[in-house]
Design a protein around this ligand. Structure first.
Ligand SMILES: Nc1ncnc2c1ncn2[C@@H]1O[C@H](COP(=O)(O)OP(=O)(O)OP(=O)(O)O)[C@@H](O)[C@H]1O
Length: 374
């Protein structure tokens, strides 16, 4: 069983705490994405699993065995780190075959041919095996580099931003292929490091969100999107980003409402976790731009929706849609609207936003503020 258990791992470099009590488990065959900003500790976590970094404390278990007892080159993990190079003087076949011919594996020629052929087909470079790597496009080169990792028989793959050097278009197409491979032919435990939330949402079975060396949340893409545990996790997903408004909770005839600090925004909070928060508490609410509807006067207001009145602050066209940032009192709240709906709009025009209170996220009033809605 190629399970990976990271248990309370702490790693410091001098005074810097790179990993602070990091724990998570990856199931056999699972595709696990570690998502976080630069410097969060993603690579250090991967290197701790690989045995290339020695934790100060805590343990890594592989397949139910304490990896502290297993030398790094006996852990049977295939890794690809951000900066990998191909051998420019060799063709695609030899580049992909080299890990299999290494002293650790030394597979027989027939098996090398079979594995390289199969992996190259899987990555769409089967027709390029005889080609020199200096005659490949960037995207083809990236596939070959990934192929060098995936060709190896391994208990798990550790992939560190394997698509980061590709331009946006190639990234999107490689992401789609990786998704197909990860959930089809690959079927091997994988830890995939990225700072790109779209990559994590589209590839992962589960995502671990890491910041400042701490795991903030582990969950399926649906879970981290629907019920982010902290304000930081909420703003790590989605573009445009979730809008935050600070204020407090008040009791109003038995229901709890949120009121912004300047009193300009007030919405009921039907899903408040009353064991965690009560009236009088300072909080911030998060509203995702796609959970709002822009209302410009025409048409009836849907039942159960709150209406927030404001003025257009910024209009930004995103192809067929437009991000409209609306100023409501002192708060800025974004909404994404079909471009056709904003045709005549200009800065300072009066608009309303319609909001279903069930979509409002409530957090404690700081970046680390915990989720207070169920
Ligand atoms: N060998 C080292 N010596 C000193 N500090 C290090 C070392 N390796 C990592 N760090 C520091 O530890 C922290 C975590 O680094 P790490 O490379 O794990 O982050 P990351 O999330 O992978 O970032 P990025 O996305 O930029 O690669 C950073 O502050 C980094 O500067």
């Amino acid at each position: 069983m190629a399970t990976i258990d990271v248990r309370s791992v702490r790693k410091t470099f001098g005074k810097l705490v790179a990993l602070d009590d990091v724990s998570f488990s990856v199931n056999d065959g699972e595709f696990f994405c570690l998502l976080g900003p630069s410097g969060a500790g993603k690579t250090t976590t991967l290197k701790s699993i690989a045995g290339l970094v020695q934790p100060d404390s805590g343990e890594v278990w592989l397949g139910g065995r304490d990896a502290g007892d297993i030398e790094p080159n006996h852990r049977n993990l295939a890794m690809c780190f951000e900066s990998y190079a191909l051998y420019p003087q060799h063709n695609v076949f030899d580049n992909m075959a080299s890990p299999l011919r290494s002293p650790v594996l030394r597979l027989p020629d027939a098996e090398v041919r079979e594995r390289v052929g199969r992996t190259a087909e899987m990555l769409g470079v089967g027709h390029l095996l005889d080609r020199g790597v200096d005659q490949l496009s960037n995207g083809q080169r990236q596939r070959v580099a990934l192929g060098r990792v995936l060709v190896r028989p391994a208990n798990a793959y550790l992939l560190d931003e394997p698509l980061s050097h590709l331009d946006a278009k190639l990234r999107t197409s490689m992401r789609a292929e990786l998704k197909r491979i990860a959930h089809g032919e690959l079927n091997t435990t994988t830890v995939y490091v990225t700072h790109d939330y779209v990559e994590a949402l589209s590839l992962a079975d589960r995502i671990g969100v890491i910041k400042d060396g701490r795991i903030l949340q582990v969950g399926t893409p649906q879970q981290v999107w629907d019920t982010p545990e902290t304000a930081f996790v909420a703003q790590a997903f989605g573009k445009p980003r979730i809008s935050f408004v600070s204020g407090g909770l008040v009791s109003d005839n038995g229901t709890i409402r949120f009121i912004s600090s300047d009193g300009a925004i007030t919405v009921p909070v039907p899903d408040l976790d009353t064991t965690a928060a009560a009236a009088g508490e300072s909080v911030r609410i998060g509203i995702r731009p796609r959970d709002l509807v822009l209302h410009t006067g025409a048409g009836a207001q849907p039942e159960g929706h709150e209406r927030l009145d404001g003025v257009v602050y910024v209009l930004e066209h995103l192809g067929r849609q437009t991000e409209v940032t609306v100023r409501i009192g002192e708060s800025l709240v974004s909404v994404v609207a079909p471009r056709g709906d904003v045709g005549g709009l200009a800065v300072d025009d009066k608009v309303s936003l319609l909001l279903d209170p069930a979509t409002v996220h409530v957090f404690g009033d700081s970046d680390d503020g915990r989720r207070l809605t169920r």
